[in-house]
Design a protein. Structure first.
Length: 267
């Protein structure tokens, strides 16, 4: 057997799949070639073929220590394959090897797998989700995007009235004013089937900025801060709506702006 072949000897998982008849013709032929060429592979196949080996007893301590409920939930999501070569205990040899391998790496692979499964089966934090969508959208804005003037006060009132009516709010140029940033437009978007208001501003120093509002039923929350797509975000909610002010301004400056807007919207 060549040195290259020795480096690519089949693993136990492949050998057990071969024994259980789960490989295709080409793969089976390759395993048979290894068996004929390498005595150690042949001996390993013989050992794995002994159906009376106490697999259950051997792996019982590992299986007991494993997070069984979480593993079962993960495995339940995998489409079942046609059972072959089941042992007397009801689990085939490949299943025992897979379980043992999973238990041995429980501190790393299982934890990571459980995190990913939990992410996929649990509902994401809706508050964080809508902010992420807004941040990604605003991240595409440049100074040129908001270069057009906003129009006179009457035009601003008309835009805010249209947006506010969908949200069940009264919005005026004064209540949504952000000192140091110029109002550019108010537009109605949609998130998760609900209206999402975006009031866009252009800051001469820091560029695009936006105040965004969505209907909310998760209760009031005091202002908090985070960073998304290189921008600072101040977000809060009251009994009926959630708000976020996002832009490239410093955290302190953005918080001061958000405090002012929040106070005016609350009156």
């Amino acid at each position: 057997m060549s040195e290259q072949d020795k480096k690519t000897l089949p693993c136990d998982e492949m050998l057990v799949a071969f024994i259980d008849g789960e490989l295709d013709a080409a793969q089976s032929a390759e395993i048979e070639r290894f068996i004929n060429a390498d005595e150690s592979v042949a001996e390993r196949v013989e050992l794995l073929s002994r159906s009376d080996l106490p697999y259950t007893e051997a792996f019982a301590p590992l299986l007991t220590a494993a997070p069984a409920a979480k593993l079962n939930a993960m495995l339940a999501a995998i489409p079942p394959s046609k059972p072959q070569g089941a042992s007397a205990s009801g689990m085939n040899r490949r299943g025992f090897l897979a379980a043992a391998a999973a238990c041995l790496v429980a501190g790393i692979a299982i934890d990571r797998g459980i995190i990913e499964v939990n992410r996929s089966v649990t509902k994401p934090d809706e508050s964080a989700e809508w902010r992420a969508v807004v941040a990604e959208y605003l991240g595409l804005y440049t100074t040129d995007t908001l270069g057009a003037p906003a129009g006179d006060r009457a035009a601003q009132v008309a835009q805010l009235d249209q947006v506010g009516s969908k949200l069940g709010m009264v919005l005026t140029p004064e209540t949504v004013a952000v000192p140091g940033a110029d109002f550019r437009r108010a537009q109605l978007l949609e998130y998760d089937g609900k209206p999402l208001a975006q009031i866009a501003y252009l800051d001469p120093d820091d560029g695009p900025m936006a105040l965004c509002i969505v209907p909310w039923q998760a209760g009031a929350k005091e202002p908090d801060m985070e960073q998304r797509h290189g921008m600072n975000v101040v977000y809060w909610s009251n009994a009926t709506h959630a708000f976020m002010l996002i832009g490239h301004s410093t955290a302190d400056r953005l918080k001061t702006m958000a405090d002012g807007v929040r106070a005016r919207l609350a009156t």
